[in-house]
Design a protein around this ligand. Structure first.
Ligand SMILES: C[S@@+](CC[C@H](N)C(=O)[O-])C[C@H]1O[C@@H](n2cnc3c(N)ncnc32)[C@H](O)[C@@H]1O
Length: 348
């Protein structure tokens, strides 16, 4: 192993001194900075050792711990190079949920799942590795995960000032909806009563409740697993005074014309739930209506869904955003729709 000379820097206040040495170009960037309880050991390039030691730094010699500058993908391939039948089809992408790694795996890799799980865990520093087998399915949008390594499948995802705790094997998390979660955080809902009809673990409820100024958010979720995390996340994000979690089917929510705003964060069968939303919304209230449409016809389809349910003049589409691509030629959209007093009058 290569030997280098280190500048020994007392741990307290070491940061600015290390940065200063780095800025001057005297640090050997191929070796690691190491530490013990008292010192940081900064490797110095041989031609600068005299200069640095003359500045009063205590110096010591030792073995260099070299930095591995290869990408994680390269390191994984090398560690699995004894298995030529899978080395070219190993997953190159993964997603972190806290300290859990989720990857999509070619079915031909399945016989090697244990060694693959262990290798990814070691290289990526993960406590658990799961393979996403079939995406999300069913009414509850449940994931289908295979555990490759580890046992703890619960973690916390930190996003835009929110802690989303959940079990990756029980509950979905749509990473493609980040912009929409961010938009919920930026809304001005001062004093409003909001209903989140498809709350999940609090995807939209939590940023809205924490940052938008809403007075009250009724967060309805039908899946008991998701509901359990919703309750915990409401508490852990300090919004218990704003959010009321409700376990059940949103069509059973009681009450008429009490909501200033309704979130319908569900796709594909969203229109089935619109009558319940129209019953709960106040005159001039806003519905954030999510659904998937062919990109060639999303505007007409949204207009036709609302004109069928509210009648002409019963609604106004304020804006439509693409949330994410969903399938070839199909996208997930959200429409912000104001329900006019004329629709509300017709309903009396
Ligand atoms: C997973 S979320 C959709 C995605 C989410 N908006 C996001 O940003 O990731 C949809 C949730 O609605 C729940 N759900 C489905 N039907 C429901 C119903 N009738 N009433 C209440 N919740 C329902 C599902 O269990 C699921 O947790």
């Amino acid at each position: 192993m290569k030997r280098v000379t280190f500048a020994k820097i007392p741990a307290e206040g070491a940061g600015p001194r290390i940065r200063e040495l780095m800025d001057r170009g005297v640090v050997d960037r191929h070796a690691k900075i190491s530490k013990d309880g008292t010192y940081r050991y900064v490797p110095i390039l041989p031609q600068h050792v005299d200069e640095v030691s003359s500045e009063g730094y205590e110096m010591s010699e030792g073995e260099a711990h070299t930095l591995d500058r290869r990408s994680p993908q390269e390191r994984i391939r090398e560690m699995l190079s004894d298995h030529p039948d899978i080395v070219d089809i190993l997953p190159d992408h993964w997603e972190f949920v806290g300290d859990i790694v989720i990857l999509k795996m070619d079915p031909r890799c399945r016989p090697y799942r244990d060694i693959i799980g262990e290798t990814y865990a070691r290289v990526l520093g993960a406590k658990t590795v799961c393979a996403d087998v079939r995406g999300v399915t069913g009414e509850f949008r449940q994931p289908s995960m295979e555990l490759l390594y580890g046992s703890d499948t619960e973690s916390v995802r930190l996003e835009n000032g929110i802690r989303y705790g959940f079990d990756v094997t029980k509950v979905m998390y749509a990473s493609g909806n980040t912009d929409e979660r961010m938009r919920m955080r930026r809304l001005d809902c001062s004093g409003e009563t909001v209903v989140d009809m498809f709350a999940g673990i609090g995807y939209f409820t939590l940023p809205l409740a924490k940052f938008s100024g809403a007075r009250r958010v009724f967060a309805c979720e039908k899946n008991p697993d998701s509901y359990q995390f919703l309750v915990r996340n409401v508490r852990d994000n300090g919004v218990s005074d704003v959010v009321i979690p409700i376990l059940g089917d949103n069509r059973d929510l009681r009450g008429r014309a009490f909501a200033d705003r309704i979130l319908m964060g569900y796709v594909q069968t969203t229109a089935d739930f619109l009558p319940a939303a129209l019953r709960m919304i106040k005159p001039n209230g806003i519905i954030h209506y999510h659904d998937t449409f062919y990109i060639s016809e999303y505007r007409e389809r949204i207009e036709s869904i609302f004109s069928e349910n509210c009648g002409e003049g019963g609604y106004e589409v304020l804006g439509i955003r693409e949330v994410k691509s969903f399938a070839p030629a199909v996208s997930h959209y959200v429409a912000d729709v104001r329900i006019t007093p004329s629709h509300s009058r017709n309903k009396q």
